[in-house]
Structure formats: structure tokens, C-alpha cells
Write a protein that binds this ligand. Structure first.
Ligand code: NAI
Ligand code: MG
Length: 400
């Protein structure tokens, strides 16, 4: 029997382009695992009216470890019209299966590392103030940021209404600030609740500090907006201050989300660990990913006490799903698999994978279309881009 069992959930779109590549790499480092396929995503919604079927939930409950590709998500109207005819008009409601999965298994620690690889032509560069000997000169600061995004609540708690029911309106009306909205007709009023709980805030901040301690970083940045969003961001920041007391050697810095997005264009190398609530963390992790190569390099883990699911942060990239040969960058998916190895304490294998990727990027001979800033499409390979499979082959060659 294999030492580990991994529930593989390819999903939609480029699923079968990227997930099998990660499995090839896991095999190459001799990760002792058995893989069980599970259904998730838009196709399953269309055919069954549920994007995260119970059998997938059961498999995750049993095996506790998941590797997920990407899903397609469309607005409500498309969700209804694309349902198979027998299921239409039955009042089925589409929910994002990844958001549901995070909530169902309390995968509240969303960890999104954004490490810059030396030699990546997409890395952030910065103009030197006084140039280089009279000529314009550039710095390429070493970025190594990991965003800890609270994964289950905040703006994504899913408690929202257009045309809130009467009792909700009545409850809202007890707040003095609601006066300004009191006369807005129901169908013209939309409300999304931003919920923060102390326990979840404590968990995400603690995860950030534990990581900083492991990596020997000097500080953790809490990125919120407590001066305006006083209650929820206030609770995040207060909790961060309390947790920080348990880590005397690590500083707690505080930034506001708007200013932080400005700072990351000026001195991104100063931020190694950032912790934020759900929406802000989502924004921050994409923003930092943009500095180190974009979606082709952005991996993530959704980690709960029992279950953990690892996935690239990119979506299903439907416009590239049918290309043959496939052209998308498999690195984000492969880095997600490496994070899964970290999680199950296969550190040496994870390190080897990351080193092999670093070697390929540094060497610069094999680059997918995104790394060459080419328009993605059927012509990319003819223009010198490596296919998805070639990129994985190059990584495998470094693992030998
Ligand atoms: P996307 O991430 O699929 O694509 C955005 C852009 O990044 C595209 O131009 C694509 O070509 C590029 N890209 C994505 N993955 C890449 C890779 N591995 N290598 C190179 N380039 C890559 O996001 P988009 O287009 O906004 O959404 C497409 C679908 O994916 C939607 O249905 C959306 O709801 C869904 N989605 C799913 C996510 C998930 O499964 N966790 C996350 C984000 C979007
Ligand atoms: Mg996102």
C-alpha cells in the first residue's frame, strides 16, 4: 500500500494540461502515493446540478489530501441556461466549488507563496535613482513574499442579498448609518456581509508568524484597513497585535491595503510575510504574483486542521484548453504539488522540485509562452515557446 493517498481534482479547462504534469514530477521524486480521481467543476454542475458532488466530499473526508487543478465559474444566468434541460427550473443554485470546499472543510489557512526565481524574464525590475554610470540602470530586487489569506470568511463569507428580506432590512435599520439607505427600493439594494471571527483571525495570523519563525524572517505585516473598516479590519489588526506578543523576536508591521499596493511597486523585497482577510489577501496574492511572473508561477495551499488542498491560483484558462500541443505554464501546478509535499513532511522532495524549477528558469533555454511575453495561442510554439510538456520535461531532466 502507498504511504499517501491524494485525491486529484482536475476540474475544467486546462485541467488535463497541468495536473498530469504535476503527477509526472511527483513520480520522478518517488513520492509514495496512490491517486484517486474526483469530479469537480462546471461540467459536473451542468450534468448534476452540483459543482462539488457528495462523492468528492466523501473522498476528501476520507483521504484528507487533495490536489486541485482549476474550475470554470460563470455568472448565475449562465449557470442556469447551461444546466442540462432535465435539471432546469428546479431551483438549483450554483456555488463555487472551491469556496464551498474551503468552507466545508474549514480550509481557513490559504497560503500563497510568491518567490522570485533568478533569471525569470518576467521578474519585477526597478529603475535606479541615479542610473548606472550615466546610463539608465535597473535593480532586480529579490522578492520572496508569502501571503497568508484567511480562506473562509470576510467578504467571501457568502452572506449576501440583492433585495434583502424584510427582517434583514429591519435589522440593518437599527444601525444609524443605515439611514442613508433606508429609502432605497429593495431590488436596487445589494448587501454583502464582511464577517470576521476572532478564532479565525487568530489562526491565520498565527500561521503567518509560525511561517516567519520557520523561515527566520524579521517581521510579519498585517494588511487591512482598520482606519475605515473599523470593526472587521479592526479585529484582524487587534488580533495580530495579541498574537505577535507570543513571538518576541518577530516584528509586527501594519499597512493599509491601498498603501500596500503602492508599496509593493516601490519596495516589494521588504515584505516576506503578509497576512490579510479573505478579499484583501486575494488581491495581495495576485498583486505579488504579478511581480514574480504571474499566474504561471502562483501556487497555493488551502490548509485546515484535517484536510488540505493544494492548487495553482490560476483559473481554467478556457481559451487555451483545446490547444494541441498545450502551451500553458505547468510551473504553478508543479509548485502546488511541492507545497503538498511540504505539508506531508516530504521536505527533501519538495526542495528538489523547487530547485529543479529554479535551475530551468535560470538556464533560460526552455520557456513557455507567458515567459516570453508572447500572445498565447496556436502560433506560440512556432515562435519558440516551449509546450507545457516540454517545460515539465526540462524540470524532470534537472531532477535526474
Ligand atoms: P485564468 O487564470 O483562467 O486566466 C487568466 C489569464 O492568465 C489568461 O490570459 C490565461 O491565459 C493566463 N493563464 C492562466 N493560467 C496560466 C498558465 N498556467 N500559464 C500561462 N498563462 C496562464 O482566469 P480567467 O480567464 O479570469 O478565468 C477563466 C475561468 O477560470 C473563469 O471561469 C473563472 O471563474 C475561473 N477561475 C477559477 C479559479 C480556480 O479554479 N481557483 C481561479 C480563477 C478563475
Ligand atoms: Mg484570486
Amino acid at each position: 500500500m502507498a504511504k499517501h493517498t491524494v485525491v486529484t481534482m482536475p476540474g475544467d479547462g486546462i485541467r488535463n494540461q497541468v495536473l498530469p504534469e504535476a503527477l509526472r514530477v511527483l513520480q520522478a521524486v518517488r513520492f509514495d502515493a496512490e491517486y484517486i480521481h474526483a469530479d469537480i467543476g462546471w461540467e459536473i454542475w451542468r450534468n448534476e446540478g452540483n459543482a462539488l458532488p457528495q462523492r468528492t466530499i466523501d473522498l476528501l473526508t476520507k483521504h484528507k489530501l487533495g490536489l486541485f487543478g482549476a474550475i470554470t465559474s460563470k455568472p448565475n444566468k449562465a449557470a442556469q441556461t447551461e444546466l442540462k434541460p432535465e435539471l432546469q427550473g428546479k431551483g438549483l443554485v450554483y456555488y463555487s466549488p472551491i469556496v464551498t470546499m474551503r468552507q466545508k472543510f474549514n480550509l481557513d489557512i490559504c497560503m500563497r507563496p510568491c518567490p522570485g526565481f533568478i533569471g525569470n524574464p518576467l521578474n519585477y525590475i526597478r529603475k535606479k535613482v541615479d542610473g548606472d554610470g550615466g546610463k539608465p540602470g535597473f535593480d532586480e530586487p529579490r522578492i520572496d513574499t508569502t501571503v497568508f489569506r484567511q480562506g473562509t470568511e470576510g467578504m467571501y463569507s457568502g452572506i449576501e442579498w440583492t433585495n434583502p428580506p424584510e427582517n434583514v432590512r429591519a435589522a440593518l435599520a437599527t444601525h444609524p448609518k443605515f439611514k442613508n439607505f433606508a429609502t432605497v427600493p429593495g431590488p436596487e439594494l445589494a448587501v454583502s456581509l464582511r464577517v470576521i471571527t476572532k478564532a479565525a483571525a487568530r489562526r491565520i495570523v498565527t500561521a503567518a508568524f509560525e511561517y516567519a519563525k520557520r523561515r527566520g524572517f524579521k517581521g510579519v505585516t498585517i494588511c487591512e484597513k482598520p482606519n475605515v473598516v473599523r470593526e472587521t479590519s479592526g479585529m484582524m489588526e487587534e488580533t495580530a497585535k495579541e498574537v505577535a506578543k507570543n513571538y518576541p523576536g518577530i516584528a509586527l508591521w501594519s499597512t493599509n491595503i491601498d498603501a500596500q499596493l503602492m508599496w509593493l511597486n516601490k519596495n516589494p523585497e521588504d515584505y516576506n510575510v503578509i497576512v490579510a482577510s479573505n478579499l484583501f489577501g486575494d488581491i495581495l496574492s495576485d498583486a505579488f504574483a504579478g511581480l514574480i511572473g504571474g499566474l504561471g508561477f502562483a501556487a497555493s495551499g488551502n490548509i485546515g486542521d484535517e484536510v488540505a488542498v493544494f492548487e495553482p491560483t490560476h483559473g481554467s484558462a478556457p481559451k487555451y484548453a483545446e490547444l494541441n500541443p498545450p502551451i500553458v505554464n505547468p510551473i504553478a501546478m508543479i509548485l502546488s504539488a511541492a507545497m503538498m509535499l511540504d505539508h506531508v513532511h516530504e521536505d527533501e522532495k519538495a526542495t528538489r522540485i523547487r530547485q529543479a524549477i529554479a535551475d530551468v528558469v535560470k538556464e533560460g533555454k526552455v520557456r513557455t509562452y507567458d515567459m516570453m511575453r508572447l500572445p498565447g495561442g496556436p502560433k506560440a510554439i512556432g515562435q519558440g515557446a516551449a509546450s507545457t510538456v516540454k517545460m515539465t520535461d526540462a524540470i524532470l531532466a534537472k531532477l535526474k
